[in-house]
Structure formats: structure tokens, C-alpha cells
Design a protein around this ligand. Structure first.
Ligand code: SF4
Ligand code: SF4
Length: 178
């Protein structure tokens, strides 16, 4: 999306190149593009056919791989088949997966790292979600929750209560809460 990669936030030397994965897996609300389907303006592997007129969302988007030098090339979205980005809510992470490879994030080496994010993040009130098309999963320290279809204007809230065997987490979808 941000194929010019001129942001100060991008790891030096890192660029989208042939990757166009975010043009498939994310919602683009500017023109009602659904998540999990290619944008009608993309040339997969080549880039955006309306590059100079692309919406602001596309201009400013940076995936985590572009910004995090701890993530090796195996995390590049065109290779991993998922795009990780920061959600607007309080540092939560979204893993948006290519529906043709819905379990890609569960494979090694990815899940061991994601599991660490789940545990470390929850300790600071940050959570990890997976989007596969319309469907979302909440990856909580005490297990996975399938939230079903979650739209671009819906918001997910996670609460935590003490339980007999440790904290119990609950994920709730608030519809049209944006
Ligand atoms: S997913 Fe990341 S690397 Fe791939 S095109 Fe989007 S911003 Fe660039
Ligand atoms: S408008 Fe261009 S940059 Fe934005 S999602 Fe579509 S193809 Fe990608």
C-alpha cells in the first residue's frame, strides 16, 4: 500500500517491493473494499494501478514488518501470507491473514513469537487479534475466541476477571462503535 516507503518509521533498506498483501487482507473503508479480497485497483505482485490517486489510508499504512527490524524476511507479508499492524485501540495488534492460507500464522516460526506477544501484551493491557476476511479471532492468554464476523466499524473490547486458576479473559464485539 505505502509502496513508496519514504517514511522515517521504515527500517532502512526495507521496502514493499513485489508485496501487495495489505491490498488483499485489510478493509479499505474509503471505497468499501472488503477484507480478504484483492482490491480492484491492485496488480498483485506489481503494485497499485491508481498509485497517485490512492486513498490516504493506503498512503499512510505501514505494516509491522516494514517498521520492526527484529522481524526477519520470513515475516515479509508476501512470504508469511499475513500482515501485522497496530490497531487504533491502545497498541493492540492485528494479524490479517490471506484467506487462502488461513492458518499461516499458526506455523513455525511464527506462532512461538505470536504467543510471546499474547502473553507479554496482556500483561500491559494489549491484545492480539487475527482477521481472516470478515472473521476475527481474539488470541487471549487463556485461549482463542472465535468472534465471527467483525466489521470495520466494530470494536473489540477485552476484559479480565480473576478466576480460580488465574485470570479469565472475555472479548466482546461492540457493533458500529467507531
Ligand atoms: S503488507 Fe507491508 S510490505 Fe506488503 S505491501 Fe503492505 S505495507 Fe508493503
Ligand atoms: S487503492 Fe491501491 S494501494 Fe490501496 S488497496 Fe487498492 S491497490 Fe492497494
Amino acid at each position: 500500500m505505502s509502496n513508496d516507503n519514504d517514511s522515517d518509521l521504515t527500517v532502512p533498506g526495507r521496502a514493499c517491493g513485489t508485496c501487495t498483501m495489505c491490498c488483499k487482507v485489510l478493509y479499505i473503508t474509503d471505497f468499501a473494499k472488503p477484507a480478504g479480497r484483492w482490491c480492484s485497483h491492485v496488480k498483485p505482485g506489481l503494485g497499485c494501478s491508481i498509485y497517485d490517486q490512492r486513498p490516504q489510508t493506503c498512503r499512510t499504512f505501514l505494516c509491522k514488518w516494514l517498521q520492526d527490524d527484529h522481524m526477519g524476511d520470513e515475516w515479509k507479508p508476501e512470504r508469511s501470507k499475513f500482515v501485522i499492524s497496530q490497531m487504533t485501540e491502545g497498541g493492540n495488534l492485528l494479524i490479517a491473514v490471506d484467506p487462502n492460507f488461513a492458518n499461516a500464522w499458526r506455523r513455525p516460526p511464527y506462532f512461538a513469537v505470536i504467543h510471546r506477544w499474547i502473553l507479554d501484551g496482556a500483561a500491559q493491557g494489549r491484545f492480539v487479534f487475527v482477521r481472516i476476511g470478515e472473521r476475527c479471532l481474539a488470541l487471549l492468554p487463556d485461549g482463542e475466541r472465535d468472534l465471527g464476523a467483525v466489521g470495520p466499524l466494530d470494536r473489540i473490547a477485552v476484559s479480565r476477571q480473576a478466576g480460580p486458576a488465574g485470570p479469565v479473559f472475555t472479548a466482546t464485539v461492540h457493533r458500529n462503535a467507531a
